[in-house]
Ligand binder design. Structure first.
Ligand SMILES: NC(=O)c1ccc[n+]([C@@H]2O[C@H](COP(=O)([O-])OP(=O)(O)OC[C@H]3O[C@@H](n4cnc5c(N)ncnc54)[C@H](OP(=O)(O)O)[C@@H]3O)[C@@H](O)[C@H]2O)c1
Length: 245
């Protein structure tokens, strides 16, 4: 199936590794011109070279204004942003009494305000061209609290409200906005959380971790021409882990 992404300009945030890398790599394979970002300049340039992305930019999404500046740089270098994928590193793990005010502020900036800044910077151009695809990478934690992921559970639930609100606002302009909610996937982040793999997979009906490229395929479809009528959705990809409807 031709997904209609050839020549489209895409920005994937947090993409030197893990889920962001897998998404960006598939968009490149579909013929999109892709820009990626992460904190470390050497790592992001190397990732861009490896996957064949057009641009690798160093940006720290925990810093106010960084996402706006990133979108502006990509527009300046690639001409526009047709597909925006917001993603960043996961916040630290810990109970409510352990998390500091700085960790909450940093989490809010990177999980929430980077999305808001990205939307505000990318939407005017998408409206002008009457075409846009925005996909937020969040987490199943938005719908089912994960143990000790206090910041993630607390902040990500609210993003579903943002997806519904903004998707309704921009639908008439040919722009869709959806969230994907990963369950447990085989990336560095999972190792960072320090939960034994067998303990996790025993709770997943599919009895295995997700592959980053499976999530990449879902996001690529949501970015496609064919997904024009899918908007305002928060879609879990979790091998059946979430038991609720
Ligand atoms: N993997 C899972 O099982 C899972 C499940 C649910 C939700 N999630 C969420 O999905 C997101 C991606 O997860 P992942 O597993 O792909 O994580 P990962 O393997 O740790 O990769 C995170 C990527 O984001 C970049 N990054 C981290 N902090 C950044 C920052 N402040 N500014 C810019 N880039 C930053 C990293 O590059 P640098 O370090 O070079 O900056 C890396 O490229 C996270 O928010 C995670 O919490 C993951």
């Amino acid at each position: 199936m031709d997904l209609g992404l050839k020549g489209r300009r895409a920005l994937v945030m947090g993409a030197s590794a893990g889920l962001g890398y897998a998404i960006a790599e598939q968009l490149v394979k579909e013929g999109a011109r892709v820009a990626i970002c992460s904190r470390d300049e050497g790592r992001i340039r190397e990732a861009a070279r490896r996957m064949g992305a057009s641009l690798g930019v160093a940006a720290d999404l925990t810093k106010p204004g960084a996402t706006k500046a990133l979108v502006e740089q990509v527009v300046a270098e690639l001409g526009c942003v047709d597909v925006l994928v917001t993603n960043t590193g996961g916040p630290p793990k810990g109970g409510i009494e352990k998390m500091t005010a700085e960790q909450w502020q940093e989490g809010f900036q990177s999980l929430w305000m980077s999305v808001v800044e990205g939307l505000q910077a990318a939407l005017p151009g998408m409206k002008e061209r009457h075409w846009g695809r925005i996909i937020l990478v969040t987490s199943v934690a938005a719908r089912e609290a994960m143990p000790l992921l206090t910041i993630s559970n607390g902040l990500r639930a609210g993003l579903m409200g943002l997806v519904k609100t903004v998707s309704n606002e921009v639908a008439e302009h040919g722009i869709t906005l959806n969230a994907v909610q990963p369950g447990y996937h085989a990336t560095e982040r999972l190792k960072e959380l320090g939960i034994p793999e067998e303990k996790i997979t025993s709770q997943i009906p599919a009895r295995r971790l997700g592959k980053p490229e499976e999530l990449g395929a879902l996001v690529t479809f949501l970015a496609s021409e064919q997904a024009a009528y899918v908007t305002g959705q928060s879609i879990a990809i979790d091998g059946g882990w979430m038991r609720g409807f």
